[in-house]
Design a protein around this ligand. Structure first.
Ligand SMILES: C[S@@+](CC[C@H](N)C(=O)[O-])C[C@H]1O[C@@H](n2cnc3c(N)ncnc32)[C@H](O)[C@@H]1O
Length: 240
């Protein structure tokens, strides 16, 4: 079993719990995708190419391909079980998707995706927060360079609460959502599992304001937090 780092995502059981129970329970999950699609539509021309960083089973990529069936997607992840789930998702679709098994921890990861760029859009869902802050900022700069001028980066992300009290309100909301999906299980049991989930230790949360500031410093325009409920944010910006 990998240690308490993002390596935990290479574990089949962690992937199964996430894909079978947690992903669908994320508060405002559909609204986050709707905002992502609205931002893409606002670019004013169909998305032809996109990259999904830390793509998991391809939930964000699928939403983009559903709206832009002609787009070419590059899905980057370093988890074998996640890539397999993504392959299964797209197996019977006529979509143009490439699966890249790469670790974006080292900056050299861009070498595996540059050849299909520059990209009209780069999206990421609940992934980059596993990196230390210096690396998060470095990744944002790498994504800036992978975008075509006018292209957009959208991060659907787990961010830091302003205080311990706000974090506890966030946790209660999340646990309530998990309870909706498991009517036969007690709230106490679900809360226990939530607080002791193996991937929790891999989270390195940063405030969304700080991350937006990094994006502006890198050169992104139109930077904003477009949607947020407690620790769940949709933020990003466009390459001018
Ligand atoms: C919480 S899951 C999110 C999956 C999907 N994007 C979603 O929105 O449901 C985090 C994903 O990021 C991937 N990941 C984490 N660290 C990574 C790294 N250093 N390189 C590549 N993928 C990584 C994990 O394997 C996992 O698939």
């Amino acid at each position: 079993m990998p240690g308490h780092t993002d390596e935990v995502w290479k574990t089949s059981s962690v992937v199964a719990v996430y894909l079978q129970g947690v992903r669908a329970a994320i508060p405002l999950a559909q609204e986050q995708i709707d905002i992502m699609l609205r931002l893409l539509a606002a670019l004013g021309q169909p998305i032809r190419s996109f990259l999904d960083l830390g793509s998991g089973d391809g939930v964000l990529a699928a939403a983009i391909l559903d709206r832009y069936p002609g787009a070419e997607g590059v899905l980057v992840d370093f988890s074998g079980p996640m890539i397999e789930a993504a392959r299964n998702r797209f197996a019977h679709q006529n979509a143009s998707v490439r699966f890249v098994n790469a670790d974006y921890g080292p900056a050299s990861w861009t070498g595996s995706v540059e050849k299909w760029g520059p990209y009209d859009a780069i999206v990421s869902g609940y992934s980059i927060h596993h990196q230390p802050d210096t690396r998060k900022r470095g990744i944002y700069a790498e994504l800036f360079r992978l975008l075509r001028p006018g292209g957009i980066f959208i991060n659907v992300e787990h961010v830091a609460s302003a205080s311990g009290w706000v974090a506890s309100v966030h946790d209660d909301l999340f646990i309530d959502h998990l309870c909706h999906g498991r009517p036969g299980t007690s709230r106490a049991e679900i809360a226990e599992t939530y607080y002791h989930r193996p991937d929790k230790e891999a989270n390195i949360l940063a405030p969304v304001e700080l991350q937006c500031q990094w994006l502006r410093e890198i050169g992104f325009a139109d930077v904003d937090c477009y949607l947020k409920v407690f620790e769940l944010a949709v933020f990003g910006g466009r390459r001018p």
